[in-house]
Design a protein around this ligand. Structure first.
Ligand code: GTP
Ligand code: MG
Length: 196
């Protein structure tokens, strides 16, 4: 199952460039800088595999990685990005088209910064996933940046927001790519999808 080597397949800049939809696929979506690329690195145990950076708007293509019988897809972020407006608009349109039009997309992991909870811009993406009937699961990131005493308020805010979304998978995963927290849980969740 989720055990082999991970390799980079390709960076995609248009829907026509997507690889053949011939295997299970999961993707990582979320606001710019939320930690999508870092999470893929933590998950696969390969530090420099997906390029991460402190500059919002680092990932500007749909990056495909291959591991076992699975595609892992690193998406460009939504929301503020440090790049020209027209460029941002183009990749965000592609990201939305992908999220609503990929037949083999088994689950979208939507990353939410533990410090910020679900924002309006996240909610718009969750609504898009509802409409496309793509099951999504929230992964809280950067857990190392908050105190455990802040967990209850965060979980309540996120839980309330998710209650309005029929495509939401109810279980949340709290992670830190930096400290490794929650990474084994996310791995076993993905294994569960592969085994289904
Ligand atoms: P875009 O590609 O720009 O949309 O960003 P992204 O969502 O891929 O975020 P990325 O993985 O590039 O990480 C953004 C910044 O957050 C980097 O400086 C990371 O080092 C940092 N970061 C990511 N995960 C964690 C974490 O778990 N803890 C802490 N403290 N920092 C993190
Ligand atoms: Mg990225």
């Amino acid at each position: 199952l989720f055990a082999g080597e991970t390799s980079f397949v390709k960076g995609v800049v248009a829907m026509s460039g997507l690889p053949p939809a011939d295997r299970l696929e999961i993707c990582f979506a979320g606001r710019s800088n939320v930690g999508k690329s870092s999470l893929i690195n933590a998950l696969t145990g390969r530090k420099g595999l997906a390029r991460a950076s402190n500059t919002p708007g680092r990932t500007q293509e749909i990056n495909y990685f291959e591991r076992d019988a699975l595609y892992l897809v690193d998406l460009p972020g939504y929301g503020f990005a440090n790049a020209p407006v027209a460029t941002v608009a183009k990749w965000q349109e592609l990201m939305r088209a992908y999220l609503s039009g990929r037949p083999t997309l088994r689950r979208a992991f939507v990353l939410i910064d533990s410090r910020h909870g679900i924002k309006k811009v996240d909610d718009e993406i969750l609504t898009l996933l509802d409409k496309a009937a793509v099951t999504f699961q929230v992964v809280l990131t950067k857990a190392d940046k908050i105190k455990t005493s802040e967990y209850p308020a965060l979980l309540e805010q996120v839980g309330k927001a998710l209650a309005k979304h029929p495509a939401a998978y109810p279980e949340l995963i709290l992670t830190s790519s930096e400290k490794g927290e929650g990474i084994p849980t996310l791995r076993s969740t993905i294994n569960g999808l592969l085994a289904d």
